[in-house]
Write a protein that binds this ligand. Structure first.
Ligand SMILES: Cc1ncc(COP(=O)(O)O)c(C=O)c1O
Length: 482
């Protein structure tokens, strides 16, 4: 008898992607300033640890809330018993107000149209279950968040068809890319149920333009499909252009033009507090939809991933404190901006450029094409392994995000201290300097690039270790064995 079900063992979970493998390698040898100064620095995790002090100071000032008290009296029993899958009304109200605030109150959200879920992971999967049959497809612009292969496909058996975006226009979505993806799906006999985008984008760290959003709306209108906008990073936009939510566009069109009301019912927003508030452990996400049928089906499905009542209680008080949340959002953005600048200038010193349009998120989309030994994904893997095992940085290769062009990497900047980021940049700079002896930039001539990569190939893993860490021969052996 087979112990496990086919579903439990099928490999569409995506766990074997280099994105997750990098995390595993980091877990085996994590950097610690004191205990393991030669360890791997985690730069492949989009966590926001920059503003915990603000949250902690709010908790200190509001001890009743974390102590499950209301007006000084314990509400422990009330919270322990609460199990309504519609969620606490006070929390839903506070959450929609917070979402509106992030969007400059240009759009408002009705708490009756929100479904609470255990993070965006659960929200995205729930939407797949609600909107698509097994074997139907969603179109996703590349590069995309590697977790989507697991979240959207694994249990639902929905297919992802990539919308191929390229560096030639900073990876913006074009009509021809949309049409091509749609054709591709048709060739595979897949019924396309919709498009899913992340805005701001993970991994690009960019916001979508109004043009792109209008293009998407026109496309789903024309092809009679859904649009899901995962806006999990909406509160991280640290520099212009400002964030524009798809809801703003849809509602504008709805208000001022002769608009097909049906389209409004086919646009759904996903949100979570994992990034903007830095609380992935709390598992708080949401689906927002103006479609009553979707809200009703998703609410039923949310039984499989509810947000615990004490978490809802705590966050309804925190998000309900508008003075606090407004200050938090503005301070957090300032901190993100500073960090992003540190990363960009650190990389520049190493001769490496980032996507220029980066204005949001917890990461940069980094162009390391000039460090590749050839313009192939094999060469990208080769470079990734060097950076992981020898330089000691876990970054995410573009191929794990389904990027069409080899040599791009996502590098996170908000999950570590400034000192650790500086050390990471130093390691990288030394790596590049030792690879080419004179630094390199992305506008190097191909001749120079070839020289760099040839010399980098000449450096063995052992010799890399030597100059990066100054390792002893015993350390080398340990490194090699890992
Ligand atoms: C675009 C995107 N969607 C969803 C998630 C999952 O977030 P959550 O912790 O809310 O499940 C992530 C996490 O990195 C993400 O980047």
């Amino acid at each position: 008898m087979k112990l496990l079900s086919t579903k439990a063992t099928c490999n569409s979970h995506g766990q074997d992607s280099s994105y997750f493998l990098g995390w595993q390698e980091y877990e085996k040898n994590p950097y610690d300033e004191v205990k393991n100064p030669k360890g791997i620095i985690q730069m492949g995790l989009a966590e926001n640890q920059l503003s915990f002090d603000l949250l902690e100071s709010w908790l200190e000032k509001n001890p009743d809330v974390a102590g499950f008290k209301r007006d000084g009296k314990s509400i422990f029993r009330e919270l322990a018993l609460f199990q309504d899958y519609h969620g606490l009304p006070s929390f839903k109200k506070a959450l929609v107000d917070f979402m509106a605030d992030i969007r400059g109150n240009k759009v408002t959200f009705d708490p009756n149209h929100i479904v609470l879920t255990a993070g965006s992971t659960s929200a995205n999967e729930t939407l797949m279950f609600c909107l698509a049959e097994q074997g139907d497809a969603f179109l996703l612009p590349t590069p995309y968040y590697p977790g989507f292969d697991r979240d959207l496909k694994w249990r639902t058996e929905v297919e992802i068809v990539p919308i191929q975006c390229t560096s030639s226009n900073n990876f913006q979505i074009t009509e021809s890319a949309l049409l091509q993806a749609h054709e591709e799906a048709k060739k595979k006999n897949l019924k396309v149920k919709g498009i899913l985008v992340t805005n701001p984008s993970n991994p690009l760290g960019t916001t979508m333009s109004r043009n792109e959003l209008n293009l998407l709306i026109d496309f789903i209108k024309d092809k009679d499909m859904h649009l899901i906008s995962d806006e999990i990073y909406s509160g991280t936009v640290f520099t212009s252009p400002n964030f524009v939510s798809v809801m703003e566009i849809v509602k504008d069109i709805n208000d001022f033009k002769d608009f097909d009301a049906d389209v409004l019912e086919r646009v759904h927003v996903v949100y979570s507090l994992s990034k903007d508030l830095g609380l992935p452990g709390f598992r708080v996400g949401a689906i927002y939809s103006e479609n009553d049928k979707v809200v009703s089906a998703a609410t039923k499905m949310s039984s499989f991933g509810l947000v615990s009542s004490q978490t809802q209680y705590l966050l309804s008080a925190m998000l309900g404190d508008k003075k606090f949340t407004r200050n938090y959002l503005s301070e957090n953005k300032k901190r993100l901006k500073k960090r992003q600048k540190m990363l960009v200038s650190g990389l520049e010193k190493a001769g490496i450029n980032c996507l220029k349009t980066n204005n949001a998120g917890l990461f940069c989309w980094v162009d390391m094409r000039n460090l590749l030994s050839s313009n192939t994904f094999e060469a990208e893997m080769e470079l990734w392994k060097k950076i992981l095992y020898v330089v000691g940085l876990n970054i995410s290769p573009g191929s794990s995000c389904h990027c069409d062009e080899p040599g791009w990497f996502r590098v996170c900047f908000a999950n570590m201290s400034e000192d650790t980021l500086n050390l990471a940049m130093k390691r990288l700079k030394d790596f590049v300097a030792n690879s080419n002896g004179e630094g390199c930039s992305s506008n190097n001539s191909s001749k120079k690039s070839r020289r760099i990569t040839q010399s980098s190939r000449r450096l063995t893993r052992k010799s890399f270790s030597n100059w990066v860490f100054g390792l002893s021969s015993r350390d080398h052996r340990e490194q090699e064995e890992r």
